[in-house]
Design a protein around this ligand. Structure first.
Ligand SMILES: Cc1cc2nc3c(=O)[nH]c(=O)nc-3n(C[C@H](O)[C@H](O)[C@H](O)COP(=O)(O)OP(=O)(O)OC[C@H]3O[C@@H](n4cnc5c(N)ncnc54)[C@H](O)[C@@H]3O)c2cc1C
Ligand code: FES
Ligand code: FES
Length: 479
């Protein structure tokens, strides 16, 4: 069934929006149409967390709660979900939710502008975990900025939740909401409004048919990059095909040789999965945007964006990943190494989409990755580097090194790799390898870092990688 009516659950009722504006942000809708002004606008680009709301989605007969930045989410993508706002946390008898009460008790608010966003991030943590330590709380609020209270009282408020009864009004009402979600969760969406079009197919077959007729449409996944055309550049996106409605592509599977990640899999899901295979991949993802961003953003979106500072890209390049491209008729598997053509230009053609990403499993290899950014959390990289190699009899084998932030595209360091391949690691070899990086890259200066700084850091990261390997006594660095 296809409909032009968006249906979602709000305050235990099904809300319907017929033919909505396809570029309207959820934040605008919440404040202007629902007249709920607790949710604030700070930056309008996903960076401050003031607009955080929590969505509930049906997964395996349970509700999966996740926080999103409503400022960079388009209203039609709310289809089939439950919307929870800061106002809804107060129970019917007027008492505050344990998360709100803990912020009061621990003086977690001063001017209050950021507070609804913090409350909603902590609320999603409260719903998803049963105990809350410092690391979890810091990760939870890494996408929320506060400029007056400071973070300590907020972290203390988060910790105090350990002593609270976890059964809140949402737990009590769960069965009812699951029934409502089931009723609205089965429709594809097609909206034609003035000169704008929006499609949310539910299956790949449907997507292909829509693509055939709408070859110039923008594919929208998490929207954490694409939506900024509307919120920052103040332009319209005329034609949108929403990918994240295709549950068929939300998967992670593995065989003996690679892990395959479906295009609509949120990064947060992959972040947990990859820990076991490449723990540094997990560490980089933990610093990728925020929980709000990673709850919706996808690896496919990161790849298609082709930003020179896209964080997953150097990691995937060093792991020799491949992208599975699908068009109306054909499927092509392309090595990521041949995928990036120029600044934000890829081999992706009109009518094609990324179906999945295949990441080879190098069970004997050492994999290391580093992200350098001005701020630890919720910041874009100045430089990101990834190293994938094997050490056999103290010699470097099968080495693949890739850097982000060093060229117009994320790129392998092929000259540097050549120096290190089959070598024993000595100070002399390391000097040669570092010098080779100057052949591989001519980094530019911009607001994030100077070219000189980038080159110096790139060399230092190479050093760091081998010192860490040596420190673990996998090899010995000799003169
Ligand atoms: C606050 C904030 C913090 C961020 N932090 C980081 C960070 O730390 N590291 C980092 O690398 N990036 C970061 N980003 C950038 C952004 O999150 C990433 O580029 C993200 O991976 C994009 O994925 P998405 O699913 O949201 O893509 P979207 O925004 O939906 O799409 C991005 C592009 O990919 C295309 N596309 C999407 N899916 C497909 C598909 N299946 N097939 C073909 N094309 C497709 C779209 O048409 C569009 O051109 C941040 C963004 C914000 C707003
Ligand atoms: S308003 Fe800043 S993240 Fe949305
Ligand atoms: S309380 Fe003022 S910005 Fe956080």
């Amino acid at each position: 069934m296809t409909s032009n009516i968006i249906k979602f659950i709000y305050q235990d009722k099904i809300v319907e929006e017929k033919n909505p504006d396809t570029n309207e942000t959820l934040l605008n809708y919440i404040r202007a149409k629902l007249k709920k002004t607790g949710t604030k606008e700070g930056c309008a680009e996903g960076g401050c967390g003031a607009c955080t709301v929590v969505l509930g989605e049906l997964k395996d007969n349970k509700i999966n709660y996740f926080p999103v930045n409503s400022c960079i989410m388009f209203l039609p993508t709310l289809q089939g979900k439950q919307l929870i706002l800061v106002e809804d946390l107060v129970s019917k008898n007027g008492s505050l939710h344990p998360v709100q009460q803990s912020m009061v008790n621990w003086h977690g608010s001063q001017c209050g502008f950021c507070t609804p966003g913090f409350v909603m991030s902590l609320f999603s943590m409260f719903k998803n975990f049963s105990s809350y330590n410092d690391d979890l709380i810091k990760n939870t609020i890494s996408g929320n900025l506060c400029r007056c209270t400071g973070y300590k009282p907020i972290i203390k408020a988060g910790k105090s939740l350990n002593n609270k009864n976890r059964i809140d009004q949402f737990t009590k009402n769960k069965k009812n909401v699951i029934q409502l979600l089931k009723k609205i969760n089965n429709e594809s969406i097609a909206i034609y409004k003035k000169n704008k079009k929006y499609f949310a197919p539910r299956y790949v077959q449907e997507l292909k048919k829509i693509l055939k007729k709408n070859i110039n449409a923008h594919l929208l996944s998490g929207g954490t990059d694409l939506s900024l055309i509307v919120t920052k550049e103040r332009k319209d996106i005329d034609s949108i095909i929403y990918m994240n409605s295709i549950e068929e592509l939300n998967y992670i599977k593995k065989n003996n040789t690679y892990i395959e990640v479906g295009a609509t899999t949120p990064l947060i899901k992959f972040e947990d999965y990859v820990q076991k295979y490449y723990s540094d991949f997990n560490s980089i993802l933990k610093r990728y945007g925020s929980v709000q961003i990673r709850s919706v953003a996808t690896m496919a979106g990161n790849i298609a964006t082709a930003s020179p500072i896209g964080d997953t890209l150097p990691l995937l390049l060093s792991l020799d990943a491949k992208v599975v491209l699908k068009s109306i008729k054909k499927t092509k598997v392309v090595p990521l190494n041949n995928f990036f053509l120029n600044y934000r230009k890829t081999k992706l053609k009109k009518g094609q989409f990324i179906e999945s990403v295949r990441i080879p499993l190098f069970s004997k290899n050492i994999f290391k990755a580093y992200k350098i950014s001005k701020r630890f959390d919720d910041d874009i990289s100045s430089i990101c580097a990834a190293f994938n190699l094997e050490m056999i009899n103290k010699k470097v084998k099968n080495i693949k090194i890739a850097y982000g932030g060093m060229a117009s595209v994320p790129k392998r360091a092929v000259y540097c790799e050549k120096i290190l391949l089959n070598s024993t690691i000595t100070e002399k070899i390391m000097e040669k390898a570092k010098k080779a990086l100057e052949r591989d890259f001519k980094p530019i200066s911009d607001t994030r870092a100077s070219g000189k700084y980038r080159m110096m850091v790139a060399k230092n990261l190479l050093n760091k990688c081998f010192l860490e390997i040596a420190h673990k006594k996998l090899i010995r660095v000799t003169n």
